[in-house]
Ligand binder design. Structure first.
Ligand SMILES: *[C@@H]1O[C@H](CO)[C@@H](O)[C@H](O)[C@H]1NC(C)=O
Ligand SMILES: *[C@@H]1O[C@H](CO)[C@@H](O)[C@H](O)[C@H]1NC(C)=O
Ligand SMILES: *[C@@H]1O[C@H](CO)[C@@H](O)[C@H](O)[C@H]1NC(C)=O
Ligand SMILES: *[C@@H]1O[C@H](CO)[C@@H](O)[C@H](O)[C@H]1NC(C)=O
Length: 467
């Protein structure tokens, strides 16, 4: 406490060296004793998701970050991967995965686009949470005349329009072991070597850049995706992969934080590799169902307890029907209550292992956005089915959820809240490089940074005080 108060004075007097990685005025976000710090101040943050940033022009990138910073957000989560099976006719791609080879593209339509994303975020004083791969990459072409169904199967929109269309785990599997199960991504030595090589390329490229808050190993890692899991995949499989990859990153990079990126599913009854027996929450009669029984191969208590994991992560998407499955006449009210329980459970988990936790993505689909809704799991039931005009909540209900879930978390051990997803409305889309449509991608969760978001962001801004 005293040192933290004193440090700015010493810095002003030039008595303390600025050093990367020490947590002292280095510009790097650090985690300690269950809190985030930026230089000498605590760093609670409110931010947003925009996975598509590496696909847009310089002009659109600048415009987007200007507006994100203007809305009061301080952190943006975005994709640091963009895998293809063959070079696209135009547009950004970072890696070609085909026929057992992985070729990284560091050209002007490759990682130089990510350089631009990082530089432009830095220009506006924003921090980035960079995600290294994705669990989801459904590529089912299914003939149907229903727009909703075509969207759901990801074949009616240009590449880059959906978060799950940037390659990821299933593309590694199909390239290295065509026809293999999804969980080969976590266990196959050839795939692990390829993914480590990609990871090292990205991590080494931005080793000393404090624009990056941290590395997220994967978006929503699970045993299965559209491609099924083998019978041997369980929570230990994913926890061990998280331990291996996070310690690998730590061996390369001592400055940046590392998180797993899991959705926060629990396995309250599972044996643990890392979690202490005091980890919260404990099993209870109301913590039942697939979000608590390890069905997805995720044990968030064990994952957050991995020594080389600096902070916990979880997500909340009630429309995806995978957290608290219910379609009742009171969907909006149920979701509000489920979100409050979900956030407070995760707050308890972080507190019990003394690590900060970030809600890395959350959203609920509004009536206006329902026709754009794309489930991540193409076979899961959705509230209201998929027909147009059949689901979604009112905007005020979404905004009330945003405020409620955020305030529960921020009064506890949740140190970062990232909305899903940013959707500024005025991109130019003029360059041949740009493949996202105009306006930017909306998979049902586009949020035009309304007044409620700004209220929360402003509250967050004022909560970052010296401690
Ligand atoms: C990062 O800093 C270290 C130590 O100063 C230096 O050796 C290294 O070349 C830098 N790496 C990059 C990518 O700038
Ligand atoms: C996962 O499966 C392995 C091998 O069958 C077993 O040793 C391990 O205990 C299982 N882990 C959990 C958490 O059930
Ligand atoms: C379960 O019940 C406990 C105690 O009654 C309550 O504190 C908690 O919020 C509930 N959790 C869920 C997920 O409903
Ligand atoms: C997708 O949904 C189906 C049907 O509910 C379920 O059986 C499957 O486990 C889900 N897949 C994933 C990866 O969650």
């Amino acid at each position: 406490m005293f040192m933290r108060l004193l440090t700015p004075v010493l810095l002003a007097l030039g008595l303390v060296n600025r050093a990367a990685g020490t947590g002292v005025d280095s510009g790097f976000v650090t985690a300690s004793q269950g809190e985030f710090f930026l230089d000498t101040r605590t760093f609670r943050h409110y931010g947003t998701n925009a996975y598509w940033l590496n696909m847009v022009t310089d002009e659109d990138l600048d415009f987007t970050f200007l507006n994100i910073a203007g809305a009061g957000y301080t952190v943006v989560r975005t994709w640091a991967f963009n895998d293809v099976s063959q070079k696209p006719a135009s547009g950004t791609f970072f890696q070609t995965l085909q026929g057992g080879t992985a070729i990284i593209n560091d050209g002007p339509d490759g990682l130089q686009r990510l350089d631009k994303v990082v530089a432009t975020a830095n220009k506006y004083g924003l921090k980035l949470l960079l995600t290294l791969t994705n669990n989801w990459n459904p590529q089912h072409a299914q003939s149907s005349t229903s727009i909703a169904r075509m969207r759901r199967n990801n074949n009616a929109l240009p590449r880059g329009f959906l978060s799950n269309d940037y390659g990821g785990m299933d593309l590694y599997v199909s390239s290295f072991h065509a026809g293999g199960t999804h969980d080969l991504f976590y266990t196959d030595s050839t795939i692990i070597t390829a993914f480590k090589k990609y990871t090292a390329t990205i991590v080494n490229r931005y080793l000393n850049d404090s624009t990056i808050l941290g590395w997220e190993l994967a978006n929503d890692p699970r045993c299965s995706s559209t491609v099924p899991a083998s019978s041997s995949c369980n929570t230990s499989t994913i926890t061990k992969w998280v331990a291996m990859m996070s310690s690998y990153i730590k061996s390369l990079d001592s400055c940046h934080l590392v998180t797993a990126g899991d959705s926060g599913f629990y396995c309250l009854g599972c044996p643990k590799i890392y979690a202490p027996s005091s980890v919260l929450p404990q099993a209870s009669s109301n913590r039942t169902g697939s979000a608590f029984d390890g069905s997805y191969g995720v044990d968030t208590q064990d994952i957050i307890s991995v020594p080389t994991i600096d902070f916990g992560s979880f997500q909340f998407f009630p429309d995806q029907m995978q957290t608290y499955a219910s379609k009742t006449p009171n969907f909006a009210i149920d979701s509000l209550g489920h979100g409050i329980s979900w956030v407070s459970d995760h707050s308890d988990t972080g507190g019990s292992v003394n690590k900060p936790v970030t809600l890395t993505a959350y959203g609920i689909v509004t009536k206006q956005s329902w026709d754009n809704f794309v489930p991540v799991n193409g076979t899961a039931p959705t509230p209201g089915g998929l027909s147009t005009g059949s689901g979604g909540v009112e905007v005020f209900q979404r905004d009330f959820g945003t405020i409620s879930w955020s305030s529960i978390g921020l009064n506890g051990h949740i140190w970062g809240i990232l909305e899903y997803q940013w959707a500024g409305n005025d991109l130019t889309g003029t360059s041949s490089k740009r493949q996202t449509a105009h306006p930017p991608p909306n998979d049902g969760y586009a949020n035009y940074a309304g007044p409620n978001s700004q209220t929360v962001a402003n509250l967050m801004g004022t909560s970052n005080s010296p401690s």
